[in-house]
Design a protein around this ligand. Sequence first.
Ligand code: DNO
Length: 360
Amino acid sequence: MKMTFRWFGTGQDPISLPYIRQIPGMTGVVTSLLTIPAGEVWPLDAITAMKDEVTAAGLEVEVIESVNIHEDIKLGLPSRDEKIANYITTMERLKTIGIKCICYNFMPVLDWARSHLYYNLPDGSNTMKYEADFIKGVTVEALAERYAKDADTYEMPGWEPERMKTIRTTLEAYDGMTPDTFYANMKYFLDAIIPHAEKLDIKMAVHPDDPPQPIFGLPKLIISHENIRRYLDLHPSSHNGLTLCTGSLGAKRGADIPAMIREFGGEGRIHFAHVRNLRFENETDFYESAHLSSLGSLDMFDVMKAFHDIGYKGWVRPDHGRMIWDETIKKGRPGYGLYDRALGATYLQGLWEAISRMKG
Ligand code: DNO
């Protein structure tokens, strides 16, 4: 595995590249151009500038998270062809700087959602939380407002105030969308881009829906073993793969993450991994705990062992962390402070070293 760190880019992330470089074992960052709206072609000069900046800091950039998919593609509108063509041009440009993997998601309208961005834990740290009843009782506008206030300087990806202006219309566009239609729209996209991904040798890695249950009446499909299988089968190519996110998939009680790693990873379909823990408070509610197995509901040893057993050579990054040691919103986006993710990265590498050495 290759340990990496998510970095949102200059002006978008208060954590500096030199700090990231000092995290033990860190090989590179996974990043994006956050200011380019979904559906538009990424400018080559911005792509090159990003690459130069990361390289100058002594880090690699091989994974992009994310190149977002325009809503017209998800909805299957006639205008999707133009957006898909733009997506392919962006892929071609990313190839010129050596990108090997693109993480993206097929979540309708919104990216990941939580009820609380800063939930206080007894040890004085704070973390993100998901409370199902809270989400049921809130409007999407009210939640967006809460995020805008709590996330302060930094917009929550997928919840940008600009997008929120037309949120009702976008939500309504999904009225009556059946899973079959949604899968057909996914297939249309995959059939168009995967041949290019093969030619460019860029591994496409879909991120599961987070949380793994419908919210605000929106269909959520990439949430379980069965649905991931269906998604991968829509276009059977090793370049049509998965971002295995333990936190997203693991938020569904009973999900067997190590089994998914062994199955999908064993087939060479996992290209990128987000490894983090969470702690269930009841059947549906959870908060994002520190990465350690003893502090959460997921067993990180079993997760890393499964990756090790399949000979995983792809990218891994620690995922959401708590805010600790006086970290405030000014020092990191929600879930993306420096310290707890750095601790997570070293812990995961410790597990990896122990597993490797025990196998001799
Ligand atoms: C959450 C992240 C997601 C992910 C996108 C991929 O923290 O894992 O926002 O980047 O869904 O497109």
